[in-house]
Design a binder for this molecule. Structure first.
Ligand code: URA
Length: 239
């Protein structure tokens, strides 16, 4: 159970005082009845938006909330880096949510594709922890033709990236054409895919992530599009 005023403040509807103002003007309605006391307690359950409205609109989904996004080109995954961020593609109020939303791992400014965003800390850590071995699958368009030895080099588990000491875990490369390959990695080192191709004398011109675990980027999610992740899709991440 949570106090309604605290819950709404944590969902970004304003300070506790501003939420009290919404309550006073009868804008917060629970089970069809306008709330008169912001201190009233409600169960924070997933179907809360079906029962609680603010100014006539279903309340935002409570935590834990996980989103799936088709990250477009030209946006950053960081709250702090300069430039437009993936968070700006979400409703403005969501930037004030507590706990805050974070991307599960990062895609570069010029990488597109499947991105998960969550306020569920344990889920985030479970996806990115190296021991979870969650596979991340990318399609890379390359500046130069594949040489033919890349799959063996990436699979060996001995490749050491520039300025690193630890070899990379084995990765799977599948050529799609002479200038295009699918690469599946289980780690998430800084610019890993671009640096792997640089290590074999190539250069990534375009990079797209199409799968995390057994979860594929839905066909109907256009670049910049997002929606709430279904529970069975969350399960697929670890399949
Ligand atoms: N590897 C990269 O080099 N960039 C990404 O965005 C993701 C993986």
């Amino acid at each position: 159970m949570a106090r309604l005023d605290r819950l709404l403040a944590n969902l970004g509807y304003g300070s506790r005082r501003e939420v009290q103002g919404l309550v006073r003007k009868g804008a917060v309605v629970f089970d069809g009845v306008a709330i008169s006391d912001g201190g009233q307690k409600v169960a924070v359950v997933a179907d809360l938006p079906a029962r609680l409205t603010v100014e006539g609109v279903p309340v935002d989904p409570p935590a834990p909330l996980t989103l799936i996004m088709h990250k477009p080109l030209g946006v950053v995954c960081s709250h702090r880096e300069p430039g437009r961020s993936v968070y700006e593609l979400l409703p403005r109020r969501w930037r004030a949510r507590m706990p805050g939303l974070s991307t599960i791992g990062r895609l570069d400014l010029d990488t597109t594709g499947l991105l998960l965003i969550t306020d569920d800390g344990p889920l985030l850590h479970r996806v990115i922890a190296p021991r979870s071995q969650v596979a991340k699958r990318y399609v890379a368009r390359l500046a130069r033709p594949l040489r033919g030895d890349e799959a063996a080099i990436f699979a060996a588990g001995t490749l050491v990236l520039e300025s690193e000491a630890e070899p990379l875990a084995p990765a799977v490369l599948e050529p799609l054409s002479d200038h295009e390959a699918r690469l599946t990695i289980t780690e998430g080192r800084y610019h890993q895919v671009r640096r792997m191709f640089a290590a074999v004398g190539n250069h990534v011109e375009a990079l797209h992530r199409d799968q995390i675990g057994a979860l594929s980027l839905p066909q109907d999610l256009a670049p910049g599009g997002w929606r709430i992740l279904h529970p069975e899709e969350q399960t697929a991440v670890f399949a």
